[in-house]
Design a protein around this ligand. Sequence first.
Ligand code: ADP
Ligand code: ASP
Ligand code: MG
Length: 422
Amino acid sequence: MALIVHKYGGTSMGSTERIRNVAKRVAKWARAGHQMIVVPSAMSGETNRLLALAKELSPTPATPDLERELDMIAATGEQVSVGLLAIALQAEGVGSVSYAGWQVPIRTDFAYTKARIESIDDAKVRADLTAGRVVIITGFQGVDAQGNITTLGRGGSDTSAVAVAAAMRAAECLIYTDVDGVYTTDPRIVPEARRLHTVSFEEMLEMASLGSKVLQIRSVEFAGKYRVPLRVLSSFTPWDIDVDEEARSGTLITFEEDPTMEQAVVSGIAFNRDEAKISLLGVPDKPGVAFQILGPVAEANIDVDVIIQNMSHEGKTDFSFTVHRNDYAKTVELLKARVLPTTGAAELVGDTKICKVSIVGIGMRSHVGIASKMFRTLSEEGINIQMITTSEIKTSVVIDEKYMELAVRALHKAFELEQGLV
Ligand code: ADP
Ligand code: ASP
Ligand code: MG
């Protein structure tokens, strides 16, 4: 008998019929003798619907006061899910109880819409488990020190589940979703993408941070910090398949490198359309200029991702960087007000139609020529690279958004990631 955490995403919870299926699956695990905690997301589309209602009333960028209310609204989606799942489990004859984040409580910091979990009280949950109940806890939401409801950022139910698994020292956290594991790239973009039986924690961390939304990055960080055994698997298999078979399916995130295993040089391709590029042209090239530009951006709490400074020409240079698209308007405003006048830059240009495509693989550490193969592949497709950034196990390029799918498919092929090749 083990303590197991299941997380079900929005599509898996998308209708009462699907919720009934989730209940049957969870009941099967409980009857196999496991202590069960379930962390569901809101029904698919629900969080978007709720946030759109708020936007109808206030279309301007959110202020901290407004963000508090956004969390209040968005968190209700998960509250409906836990209640429905508890009812469905009871209908299956399984004792269950649902809790909102504040009832556990799952304590977070004060950062509305992107709060971080600070602690989870395990007392109530343990008492329920001991009494033989399945415990159902809202994903995505928590409570700050003043009792305000907070949410953990989009896709945050993954993080709730892993954090609960860490706090409860669960034997495993199973993330049930609408694909049957982690693939070499998003199978919606490349149908030939191959499911990975295992993926190393480091690679998963890179893939999540570079846009593979199959796991929220913070959930992977949590799993790494607390060594939570983590598996991604499908909620669309028949609910009555054998528990042990189900427990071995999907993709396992591994923490130890297996020295006997032949590592693929590139394991996966990630992409994201969430960034926008801003360039300052004709900036006087002198010490301190990067700080003059990016200092005010950092002060405004805006994350900068890729940065590039061109060669200087007659004492002038061009300086470009990317930010999240949600921060684009705010950044441009800020640069116009505080940076353009002081740096003497000639012009500011922005581009919101970019994307970032990345190749990821532990094997890149020990192989040369991988980045150049990436660049050659893109050039053969006539795709212009606007920016490049690398780390030990990834290379990312910023390109025109309209070439994203072409680039991902071409790279997937060039690095031989298709089904059956490895
Ligand atoms: P959930 O609602 O269950 O949390 P998400 O939509 O957040 O599900 O994440 C699952 C989706 O992630 C898949 O449907 C798939 O399109 C996408 N995805 C992106 N990259 C990958 C990848 N490398 N492997 C598997 N799925 C991926
Ligand atoms: N319901 C939230 C969202 O749509 C959290 C989640 O699904 O993980 O972002
Ligand atoms: Mg998700």
